[in-house]
Design a protein around this ligand. Structure first.
Ligand SMILES: *Cc1c(COP(=O)(O)O)cnc(C)c1O
Length: 415
């Protein structure tokens, strides 16, 4: 939910943001550790919370998760390295590697570190089994249907590349290499559609019965939504847990053993904890359209360009001028990139939209809310722009958890 920056209950308020604007070069990311802790509390009924770090993989955010007894999911060797630096242990189940394929280097490191694998293809099982018999594995199942807030985030069905279509075909491979099957996993976002969620839970129960192996864990995956709009309802976690818990009980009865219920959120834990602060650098009219151009681009915040995602926007004046929230003008917000898709107010498919925003002046600041997930972690160096700072507010202190990349660092790979 977008934080109202004029309230002081949240650390993401005008006073703190103005302080940070004085200290740091715009644009920059800010996270509030309190918000993350509160979101973790909401999930404490689950036996295991596994943070899907691709949503926000900063080492300091991972340390925060570890301090709160969370485990972590890694989807690349780079993410495994981050998890290890943050203190998560090898030779344990603290890190699970989820993917649909291995490259050679990742495969050999996973074996060396003895990290359980959540396999999304039969080829992964063969490649792993032939050099690491006995390795602990999960099966990621494609339940043959999907869901997701955009075609690009749908994670099931015939048009998804994720998961195993016929998990019973995995059993002979598992037997051949003596792989240790410990869990079944399904990552299908459900939004707040509880009817759909019932279908997912049913598909999990059915898969367990078909495979009929003595697993220890089931994972509900991630995909828990957050309200990006001011008037949106948050997900009912009680209901979400209760549906999964029922599935767990059925499975536990069927296998005649206790089953641990895992959940694997990314967005839900960090999305609302973060904002992007950027400065207005130019304002111009194009015919009837009012364009406000800022110093952050889609290389920093990719979601609007990639998915047509909505982020709530607040405005802070650079001077002592009052921002008049009631006097608004239809505004298109664009960035500095030499690319017409560099627009923060757009719908899926790239349709440019305008938004009612207060009248701005060059020098004012624009805050993009709820950018803690898939914000910094999706940034790139496009247009040769350095990665920007990340700042964490924790125990009333401001800590730089990533400094701005220098041009020398960026260019050194080519010299
Ligand atoms: C991305 C991902 C998640 C997290 O998705 P959210 O929508 O951020 O909760 C969980 N599990 C897997 C395997 C993922 O790839």
């Amino acid at each position: 939910m977008p934080q109202i920056i004029h309230q002081t209950e949240s650390n993401l308020n005008v006073k703190n943001i103005k302080y940070l604007i004085k200290q740091y070069q715009s644009p920059f990311w800010v996270y509030d550790a309190n918000i993350i802790s509160n979101k973790i509390q909401l999930l404490k009924k689950f036996d295991i919370i596994r943070f899907a770090q691709k949503a926000c993989s900063n080492i300091h955010i991972l340390k925060l998760m570890r301090k709160n007894n969370l485990k972590v999911d890694a989807v690349s060797l780079g993410e495994i390295k981050r998890a290890l630096i943050a203190g998560f242990k090898k030779n344990s189940d603290e890190i699970v590697f989820t993917a649909d394929l291995f490259d050679e280097e990742t495969l050999s490191k996973i074996i060396k570190y003895n990290i359980p694998v959540n396999a999304g293809s039969l080829d992964m099982l063969k490649q792993l089994g032939s050099i690491s018999p006995g390795h602990r594995i999960w099966l990621r199942i494609n339940p043959k249907f999907g869901y997701g807030h955009s075609k690009k985030t749908n994670t099931g069905g015939e048009n998804s590349k994720h998961g195993i279509w016929d998990p019973h075909l995995a059993i002979p491979i598992i037997k051949k290499y003596n792989l240790k099957l410990i869990g079944l996993h399904m990552h299908i976002g459900s939004g707040v559609n509880y009817e759909h969620l019932k279908k997912v839970c049913y598909a999990m129960t059915k898969s367990v019965m078909q495979i009929n192996e003595k697993i220890t864990y089931i994972s509900a995956g991630g995909g828990l939504p957050i309200p990006y709009q001011l008037n949106e309802e948050p997900i009912n976690i009680k209901k979400y847990f209760s549906l999964w818990n029922k599935a767990r009980e059925k499975i536990s009865q069927f296998l005649n053993k206790p089953i641990q219920l895992e959940v694997e959120p990314g967005r839900f834990l960090v999305g609302e904890s973060g904002i992007l602060v950027s400065q207005v650098r130019a304002i111009k009219n194009m015919g009837n359209k009012n364009f406000v151009l800022i110093d952050a681009g889609f290389n920093d915040l990719m979601r609007p360009t990639m998915y047509g995602s909505y982020h709530h926007i607040s405005v802070i004046s650079s001077k002592n001028r009052e921002i008049n929230e009631n006097k608004t003008i239809e505004t298109v917000i664009g960035g500095p990139l030499c690319e017409s898709g560099d627009i923060f107010t757009q719908k899926e498919g790239g349709r440019i939209e305008s938004r009612k925003l207060p009248l701005m002046e060059v020098g004012d600041y624009i805050i993009f809310h709820d950018t803690g997930a898939y914000g910094a972690s999706m940034s790139s160096n496009y247009n040769t722009r350095p990665l920007i700072q990340e700042i964490l507010i924790e125990n009333n202190t401001f800590k730089t958890i990533r400094r701005r990349q220098t041009f020398e660092e960026l260019l050194s790979l080519e010299q």
